[in-house]
Design a binder for this molecule. Sequence first.
Ligand SMILES: NC(=O)C1=CN([C@@H]2O[C@H](COP(=O)(O)OP(=O)(O)OC[C@H]3O[C@@H](n4cnc5c(N)ncnc54)[C@H](O)[C@@H]3O)[C@@H](O)[C@H]2O)[C@H](O)CC1
Ligand SMILES: [K+]
Length: 243
Amino acid sequence: MSFKTLVSKQAALLDKDLMGPEIGFTLEQLMELAGLSVAQAVLKEFPRSQRTKSQVLVLAGPGNNGGDGLVCARLLKLFGFKPVVYYPKHNTKAPFFSKLVKQLKFFKVPVLNTDDDWLRYLNPNDTVCVVDALFGFSFKPPVREPFGGVLNQLRQAQDQIPIVSVDVPTGWDVDEGPVEPNCIVPKVLVSLTVPKPCALKIDPLETQHYVGGRFIPAEFANKYGFEPFAYENADQVVKLVPE
Ligand SMILES: NC(=O)C1=CN([C@@H]2O[C@H](COP(=O)(O)OP(=O)(O)OC[C@H]3O[C@@H](n4cnc5c(N)ncnc54)[C@H](O)[C@@H]3O)[C@@H](O)[C@H]2O)[C@H](O)CC1
Ligand SMILES: [K+]
């Protein structure tokens, strides 16, 4: 499939540009839209009419990819799912991350930490899918603990429970793809703003690919060398289908 990608360094620059003094977005705004995109992709892939269960396990990492997961969990609750979040390493760099956790409490979404038994939610009888919001475009392999153990568990479960990866399948090199042994293979990838080069390594027969993060005008996409994606109506995601 052909689509334009942006290497990790350029993706970080694009983000900085969006949140810089000229454009003026805040991280909170972009994260809300990123989380909405992922929640919408989950709803499109697992509509109520086609499932008998509603639990979703959201794995949230320590950076902004994890923040997208925290937002996604709250919105999944509004969309009729029963999300449970495993958030082993809290982000203490920005105060709004603890506000996202408070909001989850308000929505009665359980947030588990390292003392809790998160593995009981990795159970195909109850769980529709796992949202992998562990790491995004700033991940540098090899993975450090406790996340290595989490990825091992995910890999063992992935044939029974579909994984929905946010922006980058966790453990994959952002620019090179699944270079480490035993990488996870998500059933769904939601690239944010524009796919990263690792998305070229997905097998379209194994992984459905969406682009989300609908927050830039055409001229800005062109500045970074890509065309805007063909979103329909008010959709926050567009599915890329092989030609
Ligand atoms: N414009 C957009 O597309 C937006 C994307 N968003 C999301 O933000 C992430 C990128 O966020 P960032 O905080 O830069 O990085 P990560 O979440 O990928 O991870 C940083 C975090 O991870 C630790 N870390 C890095 N490598 C390892 C390792 N090998 N083992 C363990 N831990 C590691 C590092 O120390 C940091 O703590 C992007 O992908 C999108 O998902 C935003 O929401 C805004 C808009
Ligand atoms: K991820």
